[in-house]
Design a protein around this ligand. Sequence first.
Ligand code: GDP
Ligand code: MG
Length: 165
Amino acid sequence: AIPLHGVPGTSKERTFIAVKPDGVQRGLVSDIIGRFEKRGYKLVGLKLLVPSKALANEHYADLSSKPFFKGLVDYMTNGKAPVVGMVWEGPSVIKQGRVMLGATDPKAAGPGTIRGDYCLSIGRNICHGSDSAESAEKEIGLWFGGKGEVVDWTSNNEEWVVSDN
Ligand code: GDP
Ligand code: MG
């Protein structure tokens, strides 16, 4: 068995991707899942929840000194809509996940990216993706702690999508 957070640098690399409450409220869950699925990445974890303040505080701990931190945590946790948390697996999924999301400020995000196609404001940028192997490990452990919440499975497509040679 491989670690919960996958094996960075291999075809078993894993990242934490989330659709934030604005993305759920705006009906963008299927589009965001579809982009990762169609690219060939494998869904190994999926849940819908209103995160607790403790979870959101820990998730964004590195931003706790920023002026927007309180508003950010409130937006994630106020329950006006839930968050969809996911773990995706595949080659370079951490870096490519970030590329697929687009720049943090949607005004700088290119067309063809999720943020570049669907949003305009940094405070409502609809999605999250781990920014490094260390973040992926931390975030997958935080959002998917429970036994069996991340599933090891073999996609029958894999030989047509992933080749190491
Ligand atoms: P990300 O990794 O691309 O999501 O960006 P960061 O880790 O830098 O910031 C986390 C989240 O905080 C962003 O996705 C935004 O939702 C929010 N955020 C970052 N910078 C700002 C800002 O200047 N103003 C506001 N309102 N929110 C921000
Ligand atoms: Mg970040």
